[in-house]
Design a protein around this ligand. Structure first.
Ligand code: PLP
Length: 426
């Protein structure tokens, strides 16, 4: 008998005033955390790359295949109708999760990267012309950097950069100084995948709107760990990935409001995105179908719905607070080891749970390899953020990125791993 999504342990214990996370109960929801790696208990600290999946998400995906199996939107039989209802329910759930306004839509894509490319192809190539300006920053992931360079090459638009300080934060007032009457689009991450730095999104949106520009927020790192209210941010686009938030790979989201989506061209053409097809021409379906040609990742979207329920049950505020505690502990425990250089602002107020560091001049890959021997999974390299590596003047860093199931004991193990690296290399 499969467990239904609601049967995942919530791990949220309600105290007098606020829920507290029961980390051991939460860990029990993630089958992979019982595994060993290199013969050691797995210490998974690579959540910035992708998160682990709780049993209820795996069950929900499997239940689609075992109990329904049918394609959506085009069947007139019961199982197809049920699959359609399940898929569309996750769209509504996603919109509620980010507090989308009534005219806001969640389009399902395959990833944050595809969501950003949908804006690049569907909006930017259609609306930008030579001399228009796109403003981004050097803290962006390549997914929110390279598409804008490509758009600029094709349209003659210019990419400009809001200034970044040495610690990887945005210079105060720098965005305002960079925006001009020619700025048509601002594309900004809500949280750096290298340092966990959280820029002031609402302020940036207000400044961009004041010059008439639209704003795309890359929420790949932020949405999985913090409560999000797109209406409060006021952004025009939000892109994020299910796989970084306990959901399956192969599902991404692009949020935008109806008038913006109506002004965009489809990016993929084919079945399911049409109203009428004739030899003379085709009319497209209204949003969101207009942007979801072909069979989508039905099982993945249904699994994503279970992930959203799982995170909501735990509480996003509580998740963020737990990770902030882990970050502070990592600073205390590892930041104090001689030779360890930590990247990002020292003030943890605007930081998510990402701890990027180097050990003297030891190559990050060497550090990652030693940690791997201890069963510790971290990311080592440039993290798809070469421009930010240049700001820091390094080839790369070692990145430990935390999620709700991580513990202080795991940070102690990471600290022991850092000591082991120092014994060998320093
Ligand atoms: N943006 C940021 C900030 C990221 O961290 C990532 C992935 O690490 C992406 C975009 C791309 O996400 P995906 O690989 O799911 O498309």
């Amino acid at each position: 008998m499969q467990r239904s999504p609601s049967q995942c342990t919530s791990g949220a214990v309600f105290g007098i005033n606020k829920p507290m996370l029961e980390i051991p109960a939460i860990r029990a929801d993630f089958p992979i955390l019982t595994k060993t790696m290199r013969g050691k208990p797995l210490v998974y600290l690579d959540n910035g790359a992708t998160s682990l999946k709780p049993e209820c998400v795996l069950d929900a995906e499997r239940a689609y295949y075992t109990d329904l199996g049918a394609n959506i939107h085009r069947g007139v039989y019961e199982f197809s109708e049920q699959a359609t209802v399940a898929y569309d329910a996750v769209r509504a759930q996603t919109e509620a999760f980010i507090h989308a306004p009534d005219d806001g839509h969640a389009i399902f894509t395959k990833s944050t990267t595809e969501s950003i490319n949908l804006v690049a192809y569907g909006w930017a190539l259609k609306h930008l012309k030579s001399g228009d300006e796109i403003v981004i920053t050097e803290i962006e992931h390549h997914s929110n950097f390279v598409p804008w360079q490509a758009v600029a090459e094709r349209t003659g638009a210019v990419v400009r950069f809001a200034p970044v300080a040495e610690d990887g934060t945005l210079e105060p007032g720098g965005f305002e100084r960079t925006l001009t009457a020619k700025t048509r689009l601002v594309a900004i991450t809500a949280m750096s995948n290298v340092t966990g730095y959280i820029p002031p999104v609402s302020e940036i949106v207000a400044a961009a709107h004041a010059v008439g520009a639209l704003v795309l927020v890359d929420g790949a790192q932020y949405v999985s760990h913090h409560p999000v209210d797109v209406a409060e941010w006021g952004c025009d686009f939000l892109a994020f990935s299910a796989h970084k938030m306990c959901g399956p790979t192969g599902v991404g989201v692009l949020y935008a409001r109806e008038n913006v989506l109506d002004s965009m061209d489809p990016f993929l053409f084919g079945g399911d995105m049409i109203l009428k097809v004739k030899k003379e021409g085709t009319t497209y379906a209204p949003v969101p179908a207009k942007f979801e040609a072909g069979t989508p990742n039905i099982a993945g979207v249904i699994g994503f719905g279970a992930a959203l329920s799982y995170l909501s049950n735990l509480g996003l505020k509580e998740i963020a607070a737990h990770e902030k505690e882990l970050l502070a502990y990592a600073y205390e425990r590892i930041g104090s080891i001689p030779g360890v250089i930590v990247y990002g602002p020292a003030d943890l107020a605007n930081r998510g749970g990402i701890f990027s560091f180097n050990i003297d001049d030891v190559h990050p890959h060497d550090v990652g390899t030693i940690l791997d021997r201890e069963g510790i999974a971290v990311r080592a390299g440039f993290h798809c953020a070469q421009p930010l590596m240049r700001v820091f003047g390094v080839f790369g860093t070692v990145r430990a990125s935390f999620y709700v199931y991580n513990t202080r004991e795991e940070i102690d193990l990471l600290a022991a791993g850092v000591d082991a690296v120092r014994e060998i290399f320093v």
